[in-house]
Write a protein that binds this ligand. Structure first.
Ligand SMILES: NC(=O)c1ccc[n+]([C@@H]2O[C@H](COP(=O)([O-])OP(=O)(O)OC[C@H]3O[C@@H](n4cnc5c(N)ncnc54)[C@H](O)[C@@H]3O)[C@@H](O)[C@H]2O)c1
Length: 440
């Protein structure tokens, strides 16, 4: 098939590349010329394990192309994926301007039948809005070209995105017409040869499914974080509790880790958008999700608060080593990362910070362009120099088994604040550290 992917970010680039990998011819469009230049020069604008090689291979095979030419993109694919950003608006609702612009561009230039696929995470009712925008543009041109609009939310996880796309747990397709459903089945057949994982439903249910999935995962995290705070006060260990409840198959072990709050480009904005949709479009107050969000906002201060409780609320003259900037391991994504809040809390209390992250430092520099109290180290060891304590924010593998003797020798005081519960408290405390983790 010939496929256009509109928006070449995390989702668009991964989806487009994986669709090319199985033999389709794919054209990825972006309005950001800098991104397209990087791709045309053989690089990739994001960090995602395995992606660079896959892009290279498919470009070399002549199946994967990049462009900023909107008209060419609208002509190219019989399937047009919309994978642009849907960032939060000021009031928390999803900002739909990029989706609408993408839809209008399709309508402005398309010739021949198109299946337009909403892959971005979009509020219920967006497919109708996309359909109306395309129809309006076609009407302006005085043409009556047929098209279908399908909802196909994406469930990939940054850091494991290729595997998630190539071997999906499920492919949700919301579709109201048969022709488009057939096209979507054919498109996804190579990704589900073992057994059918395509779940066909109506468009509105598909749109809601994506928000429901992220809201559920965010709820598990906030639930565990609240229990961790309780466990700490009661003298229990949240890790033991996690193992105890995870063994129940109705609960399961995944997404039960207590930590310093969730971040990233999806959970915070999707929880907010669902709360907003419910309130505005349905007059419903989603009480559970409001609490999930509130608990998470508070949890992002948990490291800062622990540090102030230990070193005093005035941190002037104190210096901290911070390991991990990305919102989770295996990505350079800094959107809503907990590290941003921790750094702000420390700097505003007068401390200085030296941070290290294996891949996210360039992104972090964009988030904190002018922060005299914040510096960066080339290695995790270098970050420890002259620090009063070590603060761990991201669960990168290389932080999991460090040389504790070196850490102890370098720190002014042997104190570790661990926002990811990476270590065995007994072991670390046995080595003479003061170890302050989450719920332990
Ligand atoms: N990042 C994830 O892990 C993930 C996972 C599942 C779903 N999603 C959803 O997928 C969508 C995209 O997320 P992302 O993280 O890939 O975003 P992103 O910000 O990385 O990429 C979006 C891209 O779209 C481009 N763009 C904006 N308007 C455009 C237009 N009119 N035409 C062409 N390009 C345009 C931007 O320049 C940008 O490069 C969002 O709705 C998000 O919620 C993201």
């Amino acid at each position: 098939m010939k496929i256009t992917v509109i928006g070449t970010g995390y989702v668009g680039l991964v989806s487009g590349t994986c669709l090319a990998e199985v033999g389709n011819e794919v054209l990825c469009l972006d309005v950001d010329p800098a991104k397209i230049k990087i791709l045309k020069d053989g690089g990739i604008p994001i960090y995602e394990p395995g992606l660079q090689d896959m892009v290279k291979r498919n470009v070399a095979a002549g199946r994967l192309h990049f462009t900023t030419d909107i008209e060419r993109a609208a002509h190219f694919g019989s399937v047009q994926f919309i994978a642009v950003g849907t960032p939060p608006d000021e009031d928390g609702s999803a900002d739909m301007q990029y989706v609408t612009a993408a839809a209008r561009n399709i309508g402005r230039y398309m010739t021949g039948y198109k299946v337009v696929v909403d892959k971005s995470t979009v509020p219920v009712g967006t497919a109708d809005a996309v359909r109306a925008a395309i129809a309006e543009e076609l009407q302006k041109r005085g043409v009556n070209t047929p098209f279908s609009v399908v909802s196909n939310p994406e469930f990939l996880k940054e850091g494991a995105a290729i595997d998630d796309f190539m071997k999906p747990d499920r492919i949700v397709v919301g579709c109201d017409d048969e022709q488009a459903a057939l096209n979507m089945r054919a498109l996804y057949a190579p990704f589900q040869r073992n057994h059918d994982r395509l779940i066909l439903m109506d468009v509105r249910s598909a749109e809601l499914t994506k928000y429901a999935a992220n809201a559920m995962l965010a709820t598990r995290i906030s639930f565990m974080n609240e229990l961790a705070n309780l466990a700490e006060k009661l003298g229990a260990d949240i890790e033991s509790v996690r193992r105890g409840i995870g063994s129940d198959p109705r609960i399961g072990y995944d997404f039960l880790y207590a930590g310093a709050g969730y971040g990233g480009s999806c959970f915070p904005k999707d929880v907010k958008a669902l709360i907003k949709t419910a309130a505005v479009d349905a007059g419903i107050d989603l009480k559970v999700l409001n609490a999930v969000e509130l608990a998470n906002d508070q949890q992002k201060h948990v490291l800062g608060n622990k540090i102030k409780a230990r070193f005093g609320s005035d941190l002037s003259g104190k210096h901290f080593a911070l390991w991990g900037l990305a919102f989770k391991a295996n990505t350079d994504d800094m959107r809503e990362a907990t590290s941003r809040q921790v750094i702000k809390d420390l700097l505003s209390a007068g401390a200085s910070v030296t941070a290290y992250d294996p891949v996210a430092m360039a992104e972090a520099m964009l988030c904190f362009p002018n922060e005299p109290g914040l510096s960066y180290a080339d290695t995790q060891g270098e970050a420890l120099n002259n620090a009063d304590a070590l603060v761990i924010v991201t669960e990168w593998k290389e932080f999991r088994s460090p040389d504790f003797e070196i850490i102890k020798a370098k720190l002014k005081s042997p104190v570790i604040f661990d926002g990811r519960n990476l270590y065995d408290p007994k072991l670390v405390r046995g080595m003479g550290f003061e170890y302050l983790a989450i719920g332990r």
